[in-house]
Each structure stands twice: as C-alpha cells, then as structure tokens.
Design a protein around this ligand. Structure first.
Ligand SMILES: [Zn+2]
Ligand SMILES: [Zn+2]
Length: 162
C-alpha cells in the first residue's frame, strides 16, 4: 500500500491524500473548524510542528505551549481521534467549537485527552484558539489481527503491537 493510499490518521476513514494531506502541504485551506481540528491532529501524528504553529492563533502561541496537544516536542504517540460534537465552525462562520477525544501512548501507558476546542476564522483562515484539556488514563485494547491504528496497512501484531 503506497503512502498516498493509506487512510488518514484523523479517523475520517478516507485516504490521506484526499483528507488532511492537502491541508498539511498548504495546497488547500481547511473550510471548517472540524477540518482544521482533524488536520492538526494528523500534524501531531506526523510531527509537523510548523503546521501546528501556523494554525495556532498568533495571540495564543505562547500561552498554550505547555499543553500536551500544543507541544510538538511531547514524546507522545498519538493513536486515534474521535470527534464528539461540532458547534458552528462552518465555512461561512467565524467561530466554532469542536469537542473531541484523542488517545495517545506515553511510556507504554494509554491516555485520552478530552477537550472542547475553540476555533476562530480570520482573513479566510481557521485558527485553533484554545481549549481546556482533560487527560485520563484508558486501557485501549487492540485486536492483534486487525489493521494497525497507524494506517500502515499491516496487522497490529506486526506493527505497533509487535
Ligand atoms: Zn484527515
Ligand atoms: Zn502501527
């Protein structure tokens, strides 16, 4: 399976090449707050710190630096994203909220980060503004013969479960 045929890491169940990749390569701007949220999660998965910086509202780049989802230097391995609800944030709007749960691994333990993030659109671009993250430990179970969560196309037991 080539890289471009892989499913996107944001959990959309569509190919990376037609999901978050056009945003990460700056070919297209996200239309909605949810698209920006998804592309930022994928950027975390792929360690694209510049994209994360650029899509973070300029007024918040310093104050959010220490938060887990905002710290590209964090050693976390991001596993999955689940969008819970979206509130406004459509293409013709200026504000939006996206509630999500993102699961990650750190030192062989699994955690979930639950946050309702705020987004703002200025001059045609969506930016992540802020949100209050709630982190708790979870026990994720992966089926050894299922495809790995990282979308490598390999079975979990041969990939991150090896
Ligand atoms: Zn995506
Ligand atoms: Zn894997």
């Amino acid at each position: 399976m080539s890289v471009n045929e892989r499913l996107c890491r944001c959990g959309s169940n569509i190919a990376f090449s037609t999901c978050c990749e056009p945003f990460l390569t700056r070919k297209v701007l996200p239309n909605t707050a949810e698209q920006l949220m998804r592309s930022r999660f994928t950027a975390f998965c792929l360690n694209q710190a510049t994209y994360l910086y650029e899509t973070h509202h300029p007024s918040k780049r310093e104050s959010n630096a220490g938060k887990p989802l905002q710290n590209p230097a964090s050693p976390s391995t991001w596993i999955s994203l689940q969008i819970i609800t979206t509130d406004a944030g459509h293409a013709d709007q200026k504000l939006g909220k996206v509630e999500f749960i993102a699961c990650f691994e750190e030192q062989n333990k699994h955690y979930q980060l639950h946050e309702k993030s705020s987004f703002v659109k200025e001059q045609g671009r969506w930016f992540y503004l802020d949100g209050e993250p709630h982190i708790s430990s979870v026990n994720l179970k992966f089926k050894r013969n299922a495809l790995c969560w990282c979308q490598s196309g390999q079975k979990h037991k041969h990939c991150h479960g090896a």
